[in-house]
Design a protein around this ligand. Structure first.
Ligand SMILES: *Cc1c(COP(=O)(O)O)cnc(C)c1O
Length: 442
């Protein structure tokens, strides 16, 4: 693996854009200007490491790709809900896509003025969550059932606040991705059958405290081909035309999130690098095609695309053991820290922090300490030999990593650091024994 220059956020003139902010320098893996070994030394492991520069860069790629039309990028909070990252994105002008009252509170604490740029999605909104969002004055409710329309009208009236809403329609478009993260088919729990939408808008128009301001769609996550986005949006666009003819004042079209990244290939091999800027341009062109001439304000809800490749999970090898023909590399991070391999059979590149050079390679399973056979990060993975005590990094762990972490096996959740150029900020401290027991009553 050849030595690479790290990409330092905005501070170098180098036009070269890597897919990831992680690269070898002086024989050790760095995140931008900071040595991963030094981070482990100072903050311990497992540790989530994020590049602020990379997150900002991805956000800008998105923003620039849609520069020609009125748009707001509502970053999907569930991908990575770190307050520090939310604040950073809010200051870059991001809005937010939330799915709970808890996420609403995160936006409030991260950057209160951003509440006016929040869209609220989810099939199971509760009364208290609707009330909190109405009181916060969010931009738009993405309503996922007719019953929710009536509940929203009732709460809006009770609070004396008009609720702007969009129906999240289900366009019945197939997008190739893992079945757990596909959402755009009528067999899924999400959204409202697009054929039923017009009738619901008609009935909703009779309700005084509702403002049918938009139409929304989200077909799933980690979608690599852009055609399904165009197809879904084309259906939404013809619905909008019908709704306008019916007299509804539709001002927003929400295209959802779901643009995928490249988890595969040799992570640090620049030749195979994933070109994020090109990918988002292709995506923007596909949405433009789907929208035809539709000029409504475009809302976008990217999550993974913005944060996934900016993050790595840094972990230390505890043991290397052989069972029969297999070699297991046992790390101090487990499925409670990063559940994606267990939950979605997701692939994460795993690289040693010490640059391997011509080190022996072999096939190993990389596993955590959790008492579940599903607690693995990689199976039969060909990688450079690592020894107990050495560090490895699981790449592309910035999205759906820490936000899905748990305390299973009574394990403390990891700490998180945000690297900005060559500066480091601890943005979440490691949980302690006290934290782990704090809610319990004896
Ligand atoms: C999860 C989700 C997103 C973000 O999906 P990504 O694949 O991370 O871009 C956007 N919108 C809705 C409604 C979601 O549920």
């Amino acid at each position: 693996m050849p030595t690479k220059k790290a990409v330092v956020s905005g501070k170098t003139a180098a036009p070269k854009v890597s897919a990831r902010p992680f690269a070898y320098r002086n024989r050790g893996l760095h995140c931008d200007g900071v040595s991963m070994a030094a981070l482990a030394e100072e903050h311990g492991t497992p540790l989530y490491v994020y590049s602020a520069g990379q997150i900002a860069q991805r956000f800008r790629f998105f923003d620039e790709a849609f520069a020609e039309r009125a748009h707001t990028i509502c970053y999907a909070v569930k991908a990575n809900s770190s307050l520090a990252i939310l604040r950073m994105l809010a200051k870059l002008g991001a809005g937010f896509d939330i799915v709970s009252g808890g996420e609403l509170e995160r936006v409030r604490r991260a950057h209160k003025p951003a509440l006016g740029r929040v869209v609220f999605s989810g099939v199971g909104k509760q009364v208290w969550e609707i009330d909190a969002a109405l009181e916060a004055g969010i931009l738009l409710f993405n309503v996922e059932s007719e019953a929710e329309v009536y509940l929203l009208a009732e709460r809006a009236e009770a609070l004396g606040r008009v609720a702007r809403f969009a129906l999240r329609v289900n366009p019945d478009v197939f997008a190739e991705t893992h079945p757990y993260i596909s959402t755009g088919l009528s067999e899924h729990k999400f959204g409202i059958d697009i054929k039923a939408a017009r009738g619901i808008y008609r009935r909703a128009a009779k309700l005084k405290w509702l403002d049918a301001a938009g139409v929304s769609v989200h077909i799933g996550s980690q979608i690599r081909k852009v055609d399904p986005f165009a197809a879904a949006l084309a259906r939404v666009t013809s619905l909008i035309a019908e709704l306008r003819r019916d007299g509804h004042d539709i001002r927003y079209v929400d295209a959802g999130g779901g643009l995928g990244i490249d988890y595969g290939v040799d992570a640090l091999d620049e030749a195979g690098a994933f070109d994020a800027e090109h990918q988002v341009r292709k995506y923007a062109a596909a949405l433009g095609k789907g929208l035809a001439g539709e000029g409504a304000h475009l809302l976008l809800e990217p999550g993974r695309f913005i944060v996934a490749q900016a993050g790595a999970l840094l972990t230390r090898v505890l043991y290397v053991k052989k069972n029969g023909a297999k070699t297991f590399v046992i790390t101090d991070a487990g499925m409670n820290d990063l559940i994606r391999p267990a939950l979605y059979h997701a692939h994460h590149e795993i690289v040693p922090v010490k640059e391997p050079g011509a080190a022996r390679r072999g096939e190993v399973d990389v596993v955590g300490p959790v008492c579940e056979s599903g607690d693995f990060f990689a199976r039969d993975r060909e990688m450079s030999a690592v020894k107990p005590g050495e560090l490895v990094a699981l790449l592309d762990a910035g999205a759906y990593g820490m936000s899905q972490a748990s305390n299973y096996n009574t394990r403390a959740r990891a700490a998180e650091v945000l690297v900005d150029g060559d500066e480091v900020r601890l943005v979440r401290r490691r949980e302690t024994m006290r934290d782990l027991m704090a809610q319990e009553i004896l």
